[in-house]
Design a protein around this ligand. Structure first.
Ligand code: T46
Length: 132
């Protein structure tokens, strides 16, 4: 799978924790877009799509959540609950997110600007795309 957890080294001192995210240092792409998800509902799963080209790094800055990634051949579940753990999500990976804690805050860094044409929202079309 072209997706995995990455450890994001932080700098901790008596004042708290600072984690720096830098393109081509701990993020393997140029960051063109940043967004965050909050006010999530534990019973309202999200995702259910893949992207043709987009690569992303998701970090659960506060609280916890679950990502289920599927490359069409293999499915993996990741529990994110730590601001020093990032989940790199490659292109052509179907994602579903759920089990959001009430305080969950997810930061996402993306390799491309928002483009609805990059989405594959139909699982059967996704399966055909990865089987090419
Ligand atoms: C992913 C997870 C973690 C924008 O206008 N700009 C944006 O940058 C994004 C990401 C979304 N939108 C619009 C598109 C929809 O009308 O916001 C609405 C919700 O987006 P979406 O249904 O894609 O949200 P999620 O939470 O299902 O998925 C998003 C990302 O799309 C996805 O790539 O990995 O967050």
């Amino acid at each position: 799978m072209n997706s995995d957890l990455v450890f994001l080294e932080g700098i901790r001192d008596e004042r708290g924790l600072l984690v720096a995210l830098e393109s081509h240092k701990n993020i393997p792409f140029d960051v063109k877009r940043v967004y965050y998800l909050t006010d999530l509902k534990s019973l309202e799963p999200r995702g259910f799509h893949a992207h043709k080209n987009l690569k992303q790094l998701a970090v659960c800055l506060r609280g916890s959540c679950r990502f289920i990634l599927d490359n069409g051949f293999e499915k993996k579940t990741y529990n994110l609950e730590n601001p020093t753990t990032g989940l790199l999500i490659g292109s052509l990976v179907w994602r579903e997110m759920d089990q959001f804690s009430d305080d969950c805050l997810i930061l996402v860094l993306a390799s491309e600007l928002y483009d609805e044409n990059d989405y594959i929202r139909d699982y059967e079309i996704f399966k055909k795309e990865v089987s090419k």
